[in-house]
Design a protein around this ligand. Sequence first.
Ligand SMILES: NC(=O)c1ccc[n+]([C@@H]2O[C@H](COP(=O)([O-])OP(=O)(O)OC[C@H]3O[C@@H](n4cnc5c(N)ncnc54)[C@H](O)[C@@H]3O)[C@@H](O)[C@H]2O)c1
Length: 346
Amino acid sequence: MRDISIGIIGAGGISRLHAQAIGTLENIRLAGFCDRSFEFAKAKAEEFSTKAYESVEAMLADESVDAVIVATPSGLHMESAIAAANAGKHVLCEKPLEINTERIDAIIEACEKNHVKLGCIFQMRVSEAMLELRRVMKSGRFGRMLLASAAMRWYRENSYYDSSNWRGTFKFDGGGALINQAVHMVDALLFINGDVESISAVSGTFTHNIEVEDNLCAVLKYCNGSFGTIEVSTCCAPGFPRRMEFSGENGTVTVVEDKISRWEFVDKIDDDDRVIEQFSGSSNENGGRSPLDISFKGHAIQIADFADAIRNDAVPMIDGREARRAIELICAIYESARSGNVVKIK
Ligand SMILES: NC(=O)c1ccc[n+]([C@@H]2O[C@H](COP(=O)([O-])OP(=O)(O)OC[C@H]3O[C@@H](n4cnc5c(N)ncnc54)[C@H](O)[C@@H]3O)[C@@H](O)[C@H]2O)c1
C-alpha cells in the first residue's frame, strides 16, 4: 500500500489530535507542521519529532507532501485550502469547512479544478453508535419520522474565548455556540434525518463577553415532514453531556455524547440486545468545560478514510458538498434569529 504523507497547517490546539491520530495509522506519515508563527510550528514539530516548515508556502512547495490538514481558525480555512489545492495537495479540513456557503463553494471549486480530494472532519457522525443509528434509520424501522432534536447545554469559561483572538468573533469564528461547538450535532441531525425545509430561531449573548451568540434555540421542519429543535448554549453551568433524540411512530433512540442511552422500538427484535450492550455505557461528562478533552479515534477514522480516497481515487466519507450542508442550515438559522422570520431552505 502506498504511503501518504500529510502536513498540518495551523499548529494550535486541535493539531495535536491530528498528529496523535496519524501516529496510530499505518502507511500514513506526518510530514510536519507549519503555522503563521514559526515558533508554534517548531514547538509541535519537536513534540512529534517531525519537521517544522518555515511557512505555509514552504510546506506547499514540498513535493513529498501529498495532502494537508487545515487546522487554522475557521474563517481562515478558505485561504489555506485554496492555496493547497492550487499546489496540487489534497485537502482535509477541520470543521466547519468554512463560515459561510460562498467561502465553501470557493474551496470546492478550487479542489475540483485541481483534481484534488476535499474532506472535512466531523467526528461525531463517524462514531459507531451514530453509524448504527443511520443503518436503522435507512432500514425504515422508525416508520414515519416525528421528531429529531439536539441539545447542547454546555459551559465554557470566558477564558476559553480569550485564549485566541479569533474565538467568538463573527469574522473568524462565523458565529458562536452553534457554528463552533454544535456544528457536529447539526451535521449529525442532517446525516440521520435528512435535509431541513424551513426553520425559525432566536439567539442571544447571555453570559460571555463576545460579539456572537452563546445561547440559541431553533425550531426545524425537515423535508421528510418531521419536526425538531436545536438548543445550544455555552452558558449552562456546570455543563451537561450533549443529547440527541430521534422519534418515529415505531420507536425512539436517544444518543448521549457517543453512547446510545435509549433504543426502544415497538417491534423488539433479538439484535436490539446487541445494540444496547455494544453502544450503551457512560458518556463523556465534561459538558464542554475542557475543549480538547476529545478522543482522537474519530479523527483517525477520517484520516485513514481520506488516505484511502487518495489511493483509490474515491470520494472521502465526508466530502465538501456533504460538509456544506451543516453550514447552509446554520447560516439560515442565524438569518432567522437576526430577522425574526421563518427561513425556507429547500
Ligand atoms: N473537530 C473538533 O472537534 C475540533 C476541536 C477544536 C477545534 N476544531 C477546529 O480546528 C480549527 C482550529 O482550532 P484550534 O482550537 O486548534 O485553534 P487555535 O487557535 O488553537 O490554533 C489555530 C492555529 O492556526 C494558526 N494560524 C492562524 N492563521 C494562520 C494562517 N493564516 N496560516 C497558518 N497558521 C495560522 C495559529 O497561529 C494557531 O496556532 C478551527 O476551525 C476549529 O473549529 C475542531
